[in-house]
Structure formats: C-alpha cells, structure tokens
Design a protein around this ligand. Sequence first.
Ligand SMILES: Cc1ncc(COP(=O)(O)O)c(C=O)c1O
Length: 460
Amino acid sequence: MSKVPYRVYLSEEEIPRKWYNLRADMKEQHEPYINPGTMKPAKAEDLYAVFCEELAKQEMDDKTRYVDIPEEVLNFYKIYRPSPLCRAYNLEKALDTPAKIYYKFEGNNTSGSHKLNSAVAQVYYAKKQGITSLTTETGAGQWGTALSEACAYFEIPLTVYMVKVSSQQKPYRKAIMETFGAKVIPSPSDTTEAGRAILAKNPNTGGSLGCAISEAIEHAVKTENCRYVLGSVLNQVLLHQSIIGLETKAAMEKIDTYPDIVIGCAGGGSNLGGLIAPFMQDKLTEKANPYFIAVEPASCPSLTRGKYAYDFCDTGKITPLAKMYTLGCEFIPSANHAGGLRYHGMSPILSKLYHDGYMDEARAVEQTRIFDAAALFAKYETILPAPESSHAIRVAIDEALKCKETGEAKTILFGLTGTGYFDMQAYIQYNENKMSDYIPTDEDLQKGFDALPSIPGIQD
Ligand SMILES: Cc1ncc(COP(=O)(O)O)c(C=O)c1O
C-alpha cells in the first residue's frame, strides 16, 4: 500500500448524511432523568419549557439508530467539514516511536472547535420551531463562540452567560461573541436569582459551568419564547457530535486502518462521545475491541474520583437530575486553564459506558504535564492546541512512549478538538514557569459529595 498521506480528506459528498445514536446499540440504557419537581422519571414533555421540542425528543430517543441530518445543517457543515484526519508523522519521529498516531482535527473552522457541530443543529431546530431567542452558558468560550456563529447565521438573538474567571482570562473570546451579535454576561451575575444566590454565598467566586447553566436556564424560562441550549453532557449533543467519529471511521477505511486505542479529553463528554461513537458500536456489537481512554484534568476529576450518582446538571439545582459521574453540583474547581473541562459531572451515556466497563479507562492529568504535551505537539505538528485538547495529546504521547518501550506499532487515534489561540495567558504562564497544579484533597471532594441530592427510594 502507498504511504498514508499527512492529511486524509473526505470529499464534500462523503460527509455522513445521518448522525449515529449510540444508545440504540447500548446493552443497557443510562438511568432515566428525574424531574426534580415530581421526583419521577422525566418525559420529553417535561423538558419542553427549557429545550426545543425536537431536541427534547432526541434527548429521550434510545431507539432510532440513525437520524437524518437536516439539509440546512448539512449545508452549514459544508462550510467547514469534512475535517481532516491527520497522521502525526512529525510527532512520531520526535518521540521515536513505532506507534502510528492519528488525530481528527476539529479546530480548523472559524469557531476553533468541535462545538460548532452541535451548535448549528440546535439553532436550526430552534429556528424551525419559531423560537425567537436563545440562551446558554460558556466555560472556555468555545461553545459560546460556536453558538454565536450559528445564531448569527440563522438570525436568532443570543445571550451567553460566561464563567467569570474565563471572561477575565479570555476577553477576546467575549469580543468574538459580541462581534457575532451575542450579549455576553459574566457569571455569576446579578441578573438572575440563581446568580444572586450564588454571589450571596460566595461573593468572590470565579464561577463555574454549573452556575452559568443555572443562570442561562432561569433566563430562558423567564423570557417569552426563549429556549436554553447546552454544548455538552446531553444525549442530543453526543448525537450531533457523532459526525466526528463517523467521518474518522470513513477516512480510516480509506487508508485501510483501524485504531487500537482511541483517546479524547472529557469535559462534559461531547467530543469523546462523538469520536468514539462508531468505534463503540463495533465494541458493543463485538466486531472490534478498541481501547478507549477518557482524559480529564486532575483539578476536576469527575470520572476518576467522582461518584456514580444522581445529581443536578447545574449549581442552582433547577435542571433534571441525571445519573452520572459527578463531583457534586456544588463543587467549584480551581481556576484551571482548561475552562472547558471544569464541569462537575459527565455525560450520562459516557458515565454508563464507563460504569459498565465499555469505556475502558479514565486518566486524570496535572496541568503542567498537559502543557508539556501541548508545547511538544505545537512544535512538531505546527498547530497550537487548546488546553482541553492537549489532555488527549498528553495521553496519546504517553501511549506512544509505551509503544517505544515495548516495540509495538499500535495505531493511536485522538481527538484534537480545538486550537488554543485564545489561551495565550495560559501559555504565557507555562512559558514563564508560573503554572501551578492544584489537585483537590479528599476533604474538598467530600464537600461536593455531601451536597448530592437525596431521592426517596432511589438515592438516600
Ligand atoms: C476545545 C475544547 N475541547 C474539549 C472541550 C470539552 O468539552 P466536551 O467534553 O463536551 O467535548 C471543550 C469545552 O469547552 C473545548 O472547548
């Protein structure tokens, strides 16, 4: 066979026409969402006040294996997809490893990350339903940017609650969102009851994704014909992100290869869930057995040190309860630069797959080791990676170095979810040796676990 090219591109016609719903092949479903009002399993209708109807239906659908991607969404995808599958020849050479390293690069669109894949779908369904404004939260700013772009395209006004510490670290992210026409409010803010309550308890807090979600949902519920959209965690988001894995698999088939190891960073689980989706299908249907690794920051270790329990998806405790790996919705992580990985919980689908042993491993890594990997990758692959994505890079490098020791030529695939051009403050700290690694103590974590909700008969 001829040498695998540095970049494997699919053609526009080869963009998948359907998303893949992993739940249709799961042996067991994740536990149902619980409506906090009734403490009974939530139905799609219970979500209509917050989410668009089509998205609420997707959230609950565990039967439909393939979902048609609407024409309007496909047309938007064509602006920036297919994204390339890259062979990291230069990194392999620098590591002197027999491993073959591939990454799916989702940062080569104008928003700079994979978040656009779900943003455009969610805004499309909102527009179709006649919704007149949207609201959301953003951590690192990548989701807010992607959603601002999609809202500008479909002409829907957007309010973004941006985690305060991120808005201070990344003023340019805020400027991009505003340029696309979004209104950006640092969270917690005094514009909502949830924000005011959080500020009253902890006036100097830098905020968290959980707080920002509470504010955004309250805004949606209290504003006429407004809905809330979320960039991760939810089943519907994993469904839209399956485009990443489907394209990857199609590109790998072209070069007649298949991954031994698949690695992704895990914040709320959307890129990882999307990347692994068709490979997990192979595992669930016993066609192949790739090894899956989720990577999270040591400062916010939901899979590695969290509890598998019912919890609220937000700090203000207004969302449905989901059974997931969680540090407790009141847990506020230290100001780690990987803003997109500072979420207390994890996708219920990924949590279930991890709990049942299909998701093979989770690893927590300290920030400085992440930036060591980011700097090495930037140097040899000429892309400045987002700190979030660099978690996957770190573990891909570690696995490739293991191959060097054992002499195995494993095929390693990881998700390069975005670029880090707005994370320069973090890179400056790293370059000046001023970066610190905060790892929460067991006592810190216990405070979060103590606040887990009790559900009569289910979780006492
Ligand atoms: C570049 C990038 N990668 C990864 C993530 C993590 O999110 P998820 O776990 O939903 O993919 C984020 C979240 O903001 C991000 O911005």
